[in-house]
Ligand binder design. Structure first.
Ligand code: FMN
Length: 253
């Protein structure tokens, strides 16, 4: 199995997104997968100009940037993959600008004049199935404790899945990685036993992708769990009084 992860972090291989991709890869490689990370921050990805040249008969499915940046190369690599991972940090409640700029370029790979129904029955048009209509995982990280912060991205990928005929085979959301040292401070991690459990589950997710073609619900749950060492934090965090006290404590630290 060939797995390709698209790392949308602007911090590239220095960021937490990269750290989490490597955790999935560790499990997947141990189970026999061939894994490759494409670090978008290292590549040239021009903005879609919205010129629609790619939808005109003369240039159908050819983008004006095709020989001027790295997107055609990335598409060629995606064609070789059996499974894709779209990995992004949350930037102001959404995916990174870089990942979105890249995903906008998918527009040039579909013939919008050729109407079709998607596999899930949505009105759409021709798409280049060989590039992105394959099982995929969304891997998201952010600092805030609140689940709502990543909602726009989980909704995006659920919609993407339905229109692009791409089965969503797992979602991992790693919240609050920063307070545990971003995977770079093992001593700090000892204060947060659940982050170690989460990292183990993320490795296991990689294994499951190879062995079962998807990440089990239980593994997604452990990988994405709250890691604050306060009993019942996931319930307590919904209460205003608890939140006020937590904020006071955070301010003291
Ligand atoms: C421009 C920018 C905006 C951010 N916005 C949010 C946000 O809205 N919510 C949040 O929880 N974290 C936010 N963060 C924090 C990142 O999501 C978090 O630190 C993430 O782990 C960074 O991953 P990276 O190291 O791979 O870039 C933001 C970071 C940056 C640089």
């Amino acid at each position: 199995m060939k797995i390709i992860a698209l790392n949308g972090s602007h911090s590239g291989t220095h960021g937490y997104t990269h750290f989490l991709i490597q955790k999935i890869f560790k499990g997947a490689a141990a189970a026999g997968a061939d894994c490759e990370e494409i670090t978008l921050a290292k590549l040239k990805i021009n903005l879609c100009k919205g010129c629609n040249v790619c939808h005109q008969d003369k240039h159908l499915l050819h983008c004006i940037h095709d020989d001027k940046d790295d997107v055609a190369m990335i598409f060629a690599k995606m064609q070789e993959a059996d499974l894709l991972i779209y990995a992004t940090p949350i930037y102001v409640f959404n995916m990174s600008g870089l990942l979105k700029i890249f995903l906008d370029r998918l527009n040039s790979t579909g013939n919008s004049n050729d109407f079709r129904l998607s596999d899930s029955g949505k009105f759409f048009h021709h798409i280049s199935k060989d590039i992105y209509s394959k099982p995929f995982v969304s891997l998201i990280c952010h600092d805030n404790f609140e689940n709502e912060v990543s909602k726009s991205v989980t909704t995006y990928f659920s919609t993407f899945s339905k229109f692009m005929d791409a089965p969503l085979v797992g979602t991992i959301i790693r919240r609050s990685g920063k307070i545990t040292g971003y995977g770079k401070n093992p001593e700090k991690e000892l204060e947060y036993p659940k982050i170690i459990e989460s990292y183990r589950a993320i490795e296991q997710a990689g294994e499951e992708l190879v062995q079962q073609g998807r990440i089990t619900r239980s593994t997604q749950k452990v990988a994405s769990q709250d890691i604050i060492p306060v009993p019942f934090f996931s319930i307590l965090k919904h209460f205003a009084g608890f939140k006020r006290k937590a904020i006071e404590k955070l301010r003291e630290e």
